[in-house]
Design a protein around this ligand. Structure first.
Ligand code: SF4
Length: 245
């Protein structure tokens, strides 16, 4: 079993902001998730495995399997989304690739030097991430983009493994895209959820790790203006400042 740091602080954003006393609690109320190496053949969630079979029957060319993390295995920045999209990651086999959700994300990553190109098209497009890795809290496509709580819990072991891979760095950063990703990171670390409230631009410290939050870059959020390019760039710009050049 892999152990992770558990104590920390939480900042409700603004580099100059400081956490209040109530946010400085960080005691764990459960153990950190036991880390496991990603298994590309995992079928442990029966509902999701069955759904993938039905989607594959209708879309023979689709990946329709757990989607592995993408990027630099030694990265200091780990970006965590929710789950593969039907015609995006579930089709191409790469997180945030092939549908609307990745457009703004990859543009912003490129702007701050985390990728070699501003778009991700397919697994063989030659794109490389630089000091950055992208994954999802749930590796398999869920119906209606809504994983069940037990599916999020079950898949948390793989996320815990990906977070554990950051342990060798003195400064490491996790960027959670959306509330579910944020909560999955907190779970993986065995930290107390109430001590680390989610908010766009929120910044938390958990042991040697920093956790940044952003609204998810879904089509809905970007088209309704809940997440603008400037908002995501502000978060990734902060990540760049924290990690350095
Ligand atoms: S969601 Fe995760 S735990 Fe569940 S079947 Fe897919 S890879 Fe396995």
């Amino acid at each position: 079993m892999t152990r992770h740091p558990r104590a920390g602080t939480s900042d409700r954003r603004g580099p100059e902001d400081t956490a209040g006393p109530e946010q400085r609690r960080g005691a764990s109320d459960r153990p950190a998730t036991a880390a496991r190496t990603f298994d590309p053949g995992c079928r442990d969630c029966a509902r999701l495995a069955g759904f993938l079979l039905s989607v594959r029957a209708d879309n023979p060319g689709y990946h329709c399997a757990p989607v592995p993390p993408f990027g630099d295995p030694g990265a200091r920045l780990l970006i965590v989304g929710l789950a593969p999209g039907m015609h995006g990651a579930n089709r191409t086999g790469r997180p945030f690739t092939g549908d609307h959700a990745g457009i703004l994300l990859y543009q912003s990553l490129h702007r701050f030097g985390f990728s070699t190109a501003p778009e991700s098209v397919a697994r063989d497009d030659g794109l490389r991430l630089i000091d950055c890795r992208i994954t999802n809290a749930v590796k398999c496509l869920p119906p209606l983009n809504k994983p069940l709580p037990e599916e999020i819990r079950r898949c948390n072991r793989y996320l815990a493994g990906e977070i554990h891979a950051l342990a060798g760095h003195s400064s490491a950063l996790v960027l959670a895209l959306g509330l579910i990703a944020h909560q999955a990171v907190i779970r993986a670390l065995g930290a107390k959820r109430s001590a680390y409230p989610f908010g766009h631009g929120a910044e938390h410290r958990l042991g040697h790790l920093r956790l940044l939050d952003s609204y998810h870059c879904s089509r809905h959020n970007t088209q309704t203006g809940r997440l603008t390019p400037a908002m995501l760039e502000a978060v990734l710009g902060r990540a760049r400042v924290l990690l350095g050049p």
